[in-house]
Design a protein around this ligand. Sequence first.
Ligand SMILES: Cc1cc2nc3c(=O)[nH]c(=O)nc-3n(C[C@H](O)[C@H](O)[C@H](O)COP(=O)(O)OP(=O)(O)OC[C@H]3O[C@@H](n4cnc5c(N)ncnc54)[C@H](O)[C@@H]3O)c2cc1C
Length: 680
Amino acid sequence: MLRKARIGPSKMLSYGRVIGRLPKLTRHSHANHFCRPLKYVGIVSVHNLWYSSSSNDKKIYRAPGTTIKPEECVPESTYSKPKRPVPFCESQPNASCPPSCYEVCGKPDDSEKPSDKKPPPQHWKILATLLIAGVTLYAISSSSWFSTKKSDSQKAVSKSKKDEKKRKRALDKIKTPPTSNLIPSEIPYLLIGGGTAAFSAFRSIKSRDPRAKVLVISDEGDLPYMRPPLSKELWYNRDRKTTAQLLFKQWNGAQRSVFYEPPEFYTQIKSLSNSEKGGVSVATGWRVKKIDVPNKLVILDDGYQIKYDKCLIATGASPKNLPVFETMQDELKEKIITFRTKHDFLYLEDIVHNPKCKNVVIIGGGFLGSELACSLARNLSGDKKVYQVYKEKFIMDQVLPQYLSEWATKKAISEGVQCISSSEVEDYSYKNGKLSLVLSDNQIVDADQVIVAVGVEPNTDLAHVSQLETDHEIGGFLVNAELEARSNLWVAGDAACFYDVKLGRRRVEHHDHAVVSGRLAGENMTGARKPYLHQSMFWSDLGPEVGYEAIGIVDSSLPTVGVFVKSSESDNKVQSVRNTHETTQVSDKKNSRSSPQGDAKSESDDTKVCRDDDPKPADKPEVYDDFGKGVVFYLRDDIVVGIVLWNIFNRMPVARQVLARGTKYDDLNEVAKLFTIHDD
Ligand SMILES: Cc1cc2nc3c(=O)[nH]c(=O)nc-3n(C[C@H](O)[C@H](O)[C@H](O)COP(=O)(O)OP(=O)(O)OC[C@H]3O[C@@H](n4cnc5c(N)ncnc54)[C@H](O)[C@@H]3O)c2cc1C
């Protein structure tokens, strides 16, 4: 039954960026690759597609504005809310609290304890009293001394606040265990990096080899956690106490933590080698600096060596900064941050709620920048302003067809974001503690906090020293279709440049890819020898009401056909179809044959066809509700190579099948019906 879309607007899905060699794909005739049906899909007819969509999709549901469909993206967690806040030092599996004075200094010498000796003679008491009185009188009389001391103590307070901040930061990088000789020197399974791909790998290793001993080395100070809620759900909740515990509402309304597993799940490092049941241990705050591949050794930053049987590189990616900020003075480093980690989230959450922080500037018009801008604008109230500066005309311009990215920009503005388009940061000034950004059009924006969200680059520092190959064009460790870089060495997640047997060399920066490639690497580490055939999806949300999911090659430079249900229409009324300029051209060519995009049919079926010369959307996205929900098809050589599901969820299996079919569709309007858009 058609449910009226609550928000006139639409939803999109997908997140991150798929990086591929598009020119090469074109050269190699993408169509041919797609024409071979994927073994695991086995689509025979449209009827199958329909059937499959309705049977599979009902089981899982990602509500708008929620991060995770657990069955598809995130293995289940055993997390339960801790009853009391656990001190950091206790929360780690190999907890090592700072040593007590007793441990460091040994027991105090009994001879120095107060004893039952007789009290000192009376004249000592008189002398002490006189001394104290003298000092007190001197202090009162020398008022200047007194006042100096007072301001010193104020300074000491603010210094101690700064120290506290620094201490918190340092704590995030605390090494657990504190010395490397407590880490096993030999291990069957070693995972480098403690992010999503590593988490997914150890789950799959343990499910295939329950007694496996797995050691994770992570240079973050935390146990594995998921990143998507850091720019979305964690901001939707205004209860800062819950947020401070990194708890958020997931797809089914239940609260969960960003941590995949609670500390109790992990085996203490010191017990791992001798554990009969095996287990997973995480050494946090430790960095791998080299892999000696022939000798199967991993070398840590302090030179400690660990021998492995099988090793996974899951080092992920790091955010890029803008060259203009790269040489900034230390004082500014906290005012201009990138955003990737749990620590970045907690830092930003703290800063933006400081009454002194009035202007927050986000640089970048991609997923992360747009999500953060919408989340912050929604979360912050009063006189705080959230600016988003980006060089494109509209946000998410590289992924969405122009009309949708224009709509999304209007949506962001209606959320309270001050969008500054077609602009780049050229310079900055910092005077009397005030930071101002100088933009390309000489516009000046004052900024109390800047977040740079201009993309990431894969962490491949290990490659050169370890004699591993990387891809010069798209980055990442080169691996084959089984995700293997060398014998006994695999790579998964953002850092892998893998061979996609359908699409050629690719690197993907998505959560779903990290989960599935991590899982496959884990399987292959235990002997499965399977190729990576998964077409990963991604998603993005503009606040809790608008979201989209995407799959395949979702590149706004491709021709697209969008089929949307108007939020006010009834079930049987079909959709409005909107072609991008490029698609119109394709359609035109096709019209002489059979109008593969179904334009003519659509019009005769009372479906609204929006063309490029349509009137401009109204200022408020709510008014222009043509994009309530729908499907956007991305075409290459008239074949669907990418799909965006806008404000509709649970249809990813259908999208996968449409992509895998790799044929020309006579009427995309009909294909859109497979997604039962009006059923939500
Ligand atoms: C704020 C945010 C929101 C996002 N939202 C979405 C979303 O909505 N949808 C989506 O599909 N994707 C999203 N992503 C992207 C997704 O989170 C990433 O694609 C995913 O985390 C990649 O997982 P990974 O395991 O490959 O790398 P990571 O999660 O980056 O983990 C890599 C780990 O390895 C560590 N490491 C690196 N080098 C070393 C070394 N030499 N030694 C030891 N440890 C090392 C790193 O410190 C890090 O902890 C988001 C990302 C961010 C930052």
